[in-house]
Design a protein around this ligand. Sequence first.
Ligand SMILES: Nc1nc2c(ncn2[C@@H]2O[C@H](COP(=O)(O)OP(=O)(O)OP(=O)(O)O)[C@@H](O)[C@H]2O)c(=O)[nH]1
Ligand SMILES: [Mg+2]
Length: 359
Amino acid sequence: MKIGLIGMSKSGKTTVFNSLTGLQIDVSEFGVSSGEPNHGVVEVKDSRITTLSESYQPKKTIYATIEYLDFPGLEEGAGSSVLIKGTMGGLVKSSDALALIVRNFNDEIVSSMHGKPNPVSEVNALDSELIINDLILIEKRIEKIELGYKKGIKDNIVQFEEKTLRKMADHLNEEKPLRTLELSEDEQKAIRGFQFLSLKPLMVIINSDEDSYGTNDDVISQLSTQFKVIEFAGKFESELEGLDEEDALMFMQDMGITESARDRLTKESYDLLGYISFFTVGTDEVRAWTVEKSANAVEAAGKIHSDLARGFIRAECFNYQNWKELGSEKAVKEKGLFRLEGKNYLVQDGDILNIRFNV
Ligand SMILES: Nc1nc2c(ncn2[C@@H]2O[C@H](COP(=O)(O)OP(=O)(O)OP(=O)(O)O)[C@@H](O)[C@H]2O)c(=O)[nH]1
Ligand SMILES: [Mg+2]
């Protein structure tokens, strides 16, 4: 899973990135960060995998991972941002979800250059950037389609695409992001080749300072009508990284933070994207896999290897929760909770699967 951290200049993206990844990339009030985005991969420390691993004692234990990309800040000014162009644009577009980091901390120098913090207007400005990006993309495509019409290239498929794009443009022209537009299955198919930014799953991270953390309900409830919103104390949390676990926990408790930024964002990301985890276990390897909530057994098998999907016969299946409660695979079988599932079985969070397949 790949999450892109985007936001206005100096909103604390790199600070939050450091708290998520444990890296220590330089942050400063000055200067424009440019060039490549920062990149970090974090294991999802699912306690279920840890417990399974303690029991099966495998040679390898493999957690799921989340990849974070920390992008340079956007400067205000419609559609001019580096985010949207070139390789950087490609990377933003390849993210599964975007986390919008907005400034909600007092820093005199940053405020003198970028104005006082105003999370709500910052979110709106950013959403507008995404909207404009998509409008430009659509206009370019429509121009191309029209050029094609002049050359006599006009079939039902391209006409339907044009109609869909115009419907989307109307929505965007009302300053509404594409994530709020309903599209039929056919319409979704017609635009599958494009990567629209305002269509991407998006969450808002309010980056508050230590003093105001936990007292921003007004802002949070305003934004929550449109977005999934999380509050972080970015700088505070990035400074916990150097401490040992006990001290870090104590500082967090003092602040009323019950879970690390990393754990919270992980949960919210799975939730936002509608992802669940299933596991494979054995003496060789205990491993977590990530699939969409609607995935069936064949799709889950395909995550492991395409051969397993192609030759799929049945999935042996039991659930982590039952295993944990009953204590062993044997006990799960005795209770009749060890099942054989077919292709169309909808995989559940915490399922432990073994795919039977033909080679
Ligand atoms: N008090 C306080 N300061 C913060 C917080 N987050 C970031 N800062 C400060 O704000 C400045 C900018 O932080 P960065 O993390 O570099 O911000 P950025 O969004 O990555 O900046 P660009 O990449 O240049 O857009 C630094 O001086 C940080 O120490 C925070 O939560 N509280
Ligand atoms: Mg930065």
